[in-house]
Design a protein around this ligand. Structure first.
Ligand code: ADP
Length: 445
């Protein structure tokens, strides 16, 4: 991070220095050129007004002393006077741009590169009254020489900038990272750290994840404790009964009674372990189950048929009605869902009570409703009964072979199928659980 900030700072400031340098040099050079030309123009105008200049033979002043060169050229381009050179060796000047310009417009100017790279020669020409052209010229610094002179300052500035950038990026990084380090130091109070506005969503997400992990860990620990506790009772019973038989303390009918106790506890263990395994499987599976089109109506009808014996044993009337409808889902899970709901409706019912199961399409959504006239669930327990091992009445649940896991499995299956579940219950009147599936597959193309 420090390196990146350093690099970006250095790049931005170097670019700024460079662009400023180019702009300043070019503006300055423009002004400088304008000034040199302006001076030459003044010289040319002053000189043109002198009588002597009309007659080149009478010029006596050594103009080279002032670094100003004077040339007089005829309209044919022949050099008749030059303050710095031998006119005999000079070629025809009629093609020089400044001479051409003066002959055409009365005045002219041009700038040409000198023999040395860092100098330029500036020319200014005026057409004299006698038809000759007076040219005033001087050598001055070219743009390269200006750049060359400015270079040490630029290099020094860049070096200074580099140092400033290193120091700055060190402090910027430190102050940028400080809140993040603070957040990492105390994950429990991440959102309490005073962070930048931009980091707030990040901090909130981390906090949520952190809370979720904590909650998950707590739930797992609680689940493990509950599982151990639930396994302990039937195991203790099995151990107790078998010890009595082993020690010869049971005789005749007792042995049969104890064996029945062992059998019942072993069955309970099996049911419990089955439910635990099922829940762990569902925990791992989540969304990866390949769904198929299944007939909700047929599955419910078969399950209800299967549960009739159980209902009769408890003197409960189990009925079903509805119309055929299909869903996208997992057959085994839907069977488990119906079994768990109906089994609860039968078990937590009164003698002579009834359970009514309904399957149909409502507003384009397949629904499954299990309604009983049973004991009902008190309001304060209604939210919690879907938790693992949560029971309203422990002894009643155990006496009916309940594990406290049935509705946790139901909740899981409903979530996997992206369905919705609604519970309505009144103590003494009964319970109504309504599950609404996403859509009726038949209505899809
Ligand atoms: P269990 O194995 O104990 O039935 P569940 O998870 O299936 O466990 O149900 C949790 C608790 O919810 C039950 O112990 C019971 O107290 C209550 N419950 C569930 N279904 C009904 C119902 N139809 N009527 C009354 N109480 C119910």
């Amino acid at each position: 991070m420090k390196k990146k900030i350093n690099r970006q700072l250095l790049f931005t400031s170097s670019m700024t220095v460079f662009i400023t340098f180019v702009i300043v040099v070019s503006v300055f050079y423009q002004i400088f050129q304008g000034q040199v030309i302006e001076d030459l123009r003044t010289y040319a105008h002053v000189l043109a007004d002198f009588e002597n200049i009309q007659n080149s033979e009478q010029i006596e002043y050594d103009f080279s002393v002032d670094n100003v060169r004077i040339t007089i050229i005829t309209s044919e381009g022949v050099v008749v006077y030059d303050s710095n050179a031998d006119i005999g060796k000079m070629d025809n000047h009629s093609e020089r741009p400044e001479v051409k310009e003066a002959l055409a417009h009365g005045e002219g100017q041009s700038i040409r590169q000198s023999s040395t790279m860092n100098m330029s020669t500036y020319y200014y020409t005026v057409l004299l009254k006698d038809g000759n052209v007076l040219r005033v010229a001087r050598e001055s610094h070219s743009i390269w020489s200006i750049i060359y002179r400015a270079l040490p300052v630029i290099v020094l500035t860049l070096v200074a900038l580099g140092v400033v950038c290193v120091v700055l990026s060190h402090f910027i990084t430190k102050s940028l990272v400080a809140p993040i380090e603070k957040m990492a130091a105390d994950m429990d109070h991440i959102t309490d750290v005073n962070v930048y506005e931009e980091l707030v969503p990040f901090a909130e997400t981390i906090q949520q994840q952190h809370d979720a992990i904590l909650k998950n860990t707590n739930m797992r620990q609680e689940f493990t404790a509950n599982v151990s506790h639930e396994l302990k009772t039937p195991l203790a019973a099995i151990s107790g009964y078998s010890e009595l038989i082993e020690n010869g303390m049971a005789s005749g009918d007792d042995v049969v009674r104890f064996a029945a106790g062992i059998h019942q506890s072993a069955n309970r263990l099996l049911v419990l372990i089955n439910d635990i395994i099922r829940l762990s499987e569902l925990d791992v599976m989540e969304q990866e189950i390949p769904f198929e089109t299944i007939s909700l109506y047929d599955i419910v009808r078969d399950s209800v048929d299967m549960l009739q014996v159980r209902a009769e044993n408890r003197n409960v009337i189990l009925t079903m009605e509805g119309s055929p409808c299909n869903i996208l889902g997992d057959r085994q899970m839907i069977e488990e869902l119906i079994y768990n709901l109906c089994d609860n409706a039968i078990c937590y019912n009164n003698v002579g009570g009834s359970v009514h199961v309904m399957v149909e399409t409502r507003n384009g959504h397949p629904i499954l409703e299990v309604k009983d006239t049973g004991i009902g669930i008190p309001k304060k327990h209604q939210e919690r009964i879907f938790e693992r091992f949560y029971r309203v009445d422990k002894s009643r649940s155990k006496s009916t072979g309940g594990t406290g896991l049935g509705l946790a499995i139901v909740k899981h299956i409903v979530a996997v199928h992206e369905a919705e579940m609604k519970l309505e219950s009144e103590v003494g009147k009964g319970t109504d659980i309504l599950i609404t599936f996403q859509r009726n597959v038949e209505t899809l193309v």
